[in-house]
Design a binder for this molecule. Sequence first.
Ligand SMILES: Nc1nc2c(c(=O)[nH]1)N[C@H]1C(S)=C(S)[C@@H](COP(=O)(O)O)O[C@H]1N2
Ligand SMILES: [Mo]
Length: 262
Amino acid sequence: MKNRPLSRRRFLGMTAVGASTLTLAGCDQFDFLGKRDDQVREVLERANGLTYRMQRLLLGDAWLAPEYSRSDIRQRQRPNGSTRPMTAEYETLLQTGFAPYRLSVDGLVERRLSFSLDELHNMPARTQITRHDCVEGWSTIAQWTGVPLSVVLDQARPKPEARYVVFHCFDRIPGGRGDALFYGSIDLIDARHPQTILAYGLNDAPLPISNGAPLRLRVERQLGYKMSKFIKSIELVSSFAGIQGGKRGYWEDHGYEWYAGI
Ligand SMILES: Nc1nc2c(c(=O)[nH]1)N[C@H]1C(S)=C(S)[C@@H](COP(=O)(O)O)O[C@H]1N2
Ligand SMILES: [Mo]
């Protein structure tokens, strides 16, 4: 492990907020949490807010996730969660090789924009070899290429009241509750972090469908479930009132923490 910054576990060991490790376990814990009363959920959410603030305080906003070399890539990026959105809209895009795809950027921005894949490919790119940690307990190292989210945001110019970047996706979770489409969010600090990219390439090839084609988020200082795949649009918001379950993301609506720092 090179340049490994203070890991979440070490960090928690140093502080008195160990309670939030309760929410770190995988799906069993998730099912359990889903059935608990609101009080338990509230305590855990407060602990999550504390972890977020303490991590920002101790580590600052600028630290980089570790980057690796090619020889560290030992297996393919294991597809997880949805591996193909089963909607008519996505199928149509697939059949046309994503030619009509446009990423729209709207909400609290000075300029509402949309980008074709060609336009995104022609913007400044960043390639990084990083480790993906899934909350289920596996990790993979892979090389990701994409456009820094900050470049896209600079063009759309978020309004001063914008606080979060929301990613609306094409997929529904198989077996998930109801008809909810996947969505996720990060704050503007993570959005403008140099390693936060909208990736269209994986290990020197176009991003495979199962890993989120045509565009997926990499937000390297957080866990895998924060890295929205199959991104359809980006929305800048100041609050989540009225956006699905109101908890700032699909997994968050189902009991996971919003800030999933590694
Ligand atoms: N749209 C969407 N994004 C998603 C998911 C999903 O089901 N749908 N799963 C998340 C989870 S839990 C993980 S670990 C990663 C998996 O990315 P991979 O398939 O490239 O390994 O995507 C995340 N982003
Ligand atoms: Mo995950």
